[in-house]
Ligand binder design. Structure first.
Ligand code: G4P
Length: 284
């Protein structure tokens, strides 16, 4: 689901997160494992401040496994506690609980020294739309929690969900806006379905996807579309090759570029061509 963000929405979303932050010990930031940079909210570091943070790379089933491993190492080096998950998998709580316990260990040790009775770790989930926040909350809660959190400005009474024996989770995620400024980030957000198709130029999205795969995943691209391009093939010739291979033709045997564009975007978005990561860890 996507939201059109306006300055009023953004201010309200930020205020709501700041209010919720007061109630929790730790923030669980959900990123899309395919785009760990592009799916970050530009303000979050500032909003969270010193609060312990866990970063979850979700949708790992759609991302390149080797890239996800590199991202996990990079995040660890940065001093955050990461994990990679498939939000739809049954064993997700254990995978999230481990870094949450690590991230809050110091706070709870300090509380214990002061003689304060141990209690559950309080956590909240935050992230931009479509990264899988509701999927993860519902999975942990083992029920469908209302999705009002995705509409900035619509508030509901927040409740605590018991997440195993060690953790309590706010049932409403903090929803923040994606980065808009960099056009390439917009293309990556569109390619993964985080922003609506009608706010970006779909031709540019398909060209970006094809060039990326030509450079980094040529064998998968050739195999999936049953084509035979190489690293020097011009982009228009890649469109032609896919159109010909799939029989996307208009009257007069012209290639139907619109159909090729849509097909490439949906095949990439649904990870049909392969498990692809578009933000490469070595590029940072
Ligand atoms: P949000 O609250 O952050 O906005 O995201 P939400 O949970 O609604 O998830 C967005 C889409 O991503 C949903 O698909 C959801 O099923 C899918 N999803 C979430 N986590 C994962 C994951 O780890 N792996 C995969 N493959 N998909 C994931 P949808 O098509 O919008 O809805 P539906 O097909 O579930 O009905």
């Amino acid at each position: 689901m996507s939201i059109n963000w306006f300055p009023g929405h953004m201010a309200k979303a930020r205020r709501q997160i700041e209010e919720s932050l007061k109630k929790v010990d730790v923030v669980i930031e959900i990123l899309d494992a395919r785009i760990p940079l592009a799916s970050k909210n530009p303000m979050l570091d500032h909003v969270i401040g010193d609060k312990p943070r866990v970063v979850i790379l979700n949708k790992k089933d759609m991302a390149s496994q080797s890239e996800t491993d590199k991202w996990l190492n990079h995040l660890k080096r940065q001093g955050v506690y990461p994990a990679a998950v498939n939000g739809k998998e049954p064993n997700i709580l254990k995978k999230i609980e481990a870094p949450v316990v690590e991230a809050t260990r110091e706070i709870f040790e300090r509380m214990e020294k002061k003689g304060i009775n141990p209690r559950a770790i309080r956590a909240m989930i935050v992230g931009i739309p479509n990264v899988g926040k509701s999927t993860i909350i519902n999975n942990i809660a083992k029920r469908k929690v209302a999705k009002t959190g995705n509409t900035p400005g619509v508030t509901k009474a927040q409740q605590w969900i018991k997440a195993g024996t060690k953790m309590e989770l706010l049932d409403t995620p903090g929803v923040l806006w994606p980065k808009f400024e960099d056009p390439e980030i917009g293309l990556k957000l569109s390619l993964t379905g985080a922003i609506k198709d009608n706010v970006v130029n779909l031709d540019e999205v398909a060209i970006f996807a094809l060039k990326f795969m030509q450079e980094h995943h040529l064998a998968e691209l050739n195999k999936f579309y049953n084509i035979n391009i190489d690293s020097t093939t011009e982009i228009v010739d890649i469109f032609d090759a896919i159109g010909n291979s799939r029989g996307f033709k208009m009257s007069g045997n012209e290639i139907d570029y619109e159909r090729v564009t849509e097909k490439v975007i949906y095949d990439t978005r649904d990870a049909k061509i392969g498990q692809l990561t578009f933000d490469l860890a070595e590029e940072i």
